[in-house]
Design a protein around this ligand. Structure first.
Ligand SMILES: NC(=O)c1ccc[n+]([C@@H]2O[C@H](COP(=O)([O-])OP(=O)(O)OC[C@H]3O[C@@H](n4cnc5c(N)ncnc54)[C@H](OP(=O)(O)O)[C@@H]3O)[C@@H](O)[C@H]2O)c1
Length: 256
């Protein structure tokens, strides 16, 4: 057991922090949050659906994306940690939801367990054609996680006054990804494309925790986890995100 001289913490507290993968670090307590987990939920949900990726999905879709009930939604990396929460919140809001993923088992989970209206395996189908076929009423909100070819396929499908909340562009992070040619669709479509980061949504935290706790307990938000055992597997976990080695949240377990 580790003790702290900071009055904010007592022995045995569970904490969550963003100090990265370190076995030990010295902290003045800033950015370290005491967790009071709901005993009815597994602790790991506080690392995804009830954690950073969850509030990213919640704030990005509802605030930046300004989602309205019943809209047409497209989510890329829909089987990932952020994307799967986005897709399911949109379903809970009565939307028609299309998701993309790069693996057949993930596509099956989205179709059969999550109940998306259409699922595209972008590695098995031509993306632009498949997206056009899956969005007969266009797209009001494209939740952007990928960039490149995904963004290019989504732009011509956007409805007037559509929104593109830009969460990530994973296909472009390592210098890859195709160029985007269809940005001109923003003009006559009066489309708003806006980036955001999770820390923008602190003001939504109370509503997020209340909504998400309820949805998880009711089984209305489903999730997957890919857990690697051992601190030394952290690099493998990070690199695996770029090849789709994870279904849902990629986690490293360092203790039981
Ligand atoms: N703005 C923020 O504050 C914030 C916070 C967290 C995350 N993010 C961003 O949100 C996105 C999702 O993050 P996450 O943590 O939830 O990860 P994740 O979706 O759980 O894992 C990454 C997934 O990206 C997909 N992928 C990897 N390379 C790809 C490529 N070249 N083209 C298409 N898909 C590719 C893979 O899924 P498939 O097998 O389905 O291809 C992989 O499983 C990332 O872009 C990340 O940077 C932003």
């Amino acid at each position: 057991m580790v003790q702290s001289r900071n009055p904010k913490f007592k022995e045995g507290d569970l904490v969550r922090h963003g100090a990265g993968f370190q076995e030990l670090f010295v902290s003045n307590g800033r950015g370290v949050q005491v967790l009071n987990p709901d005993p009815a939920l597994p602790l790991t949900v506080y690392m995804h659906a009830l954690g950073g990726t969850g509030i990213t999905a919640y704030g990005g879709l509802l605030e930046t994306g300004a989602l309205k009930d019943g809209e047409q939604v497209f989510v890329s990396t829909a089987a990932g940690a952020v994307g799967s929460v986005v897709a399911q919140i949109a379903k809970l809001k009565g939307c028609y939801v299309v998701g993309s993923t790069g693996a057949e088992d993930k596509a099956a989970w989205l179709r059969d367990e999550v109940g998306l209206d259409a699922v595209i395996n972008y590695k098995a189908q031509p993306l632009a054609e498949a997206l056009a076929a899956a969005t007969p009423k266009g797209i009001d909100v494209y939740f952007e996680n990928v960039g490149g070819a995904h963004l290019d396929a989504a732009l011509p499908r956007m409805n007037v006054r559509g929104r593109i909340p830009v969460c990530g562009m994973i296909s472009t992070y390592n210098g890859g990804g195709e160029g985007v040619r269809n940005l001109f669709n923003l003009i006559y479509g009066r489309i708003r494309m806006e980036g955001f980061v999770a820390s923008d949504f602190g003001h939504l935290n109370a509503a997020f925790v209340s909504d998400m706790t309820g949805w998880l307990k009711a089984g209305q938000i489903k999730y997957q986890e890919t857990i690697l055992d051992g601190f030394d597997r952290a690099p493998e976990g990070l690199i695996g995100l770029f090849s789709g080695a994870n279904s849902g949240k990629m986690l490293i377990r360092i203790a039981d």
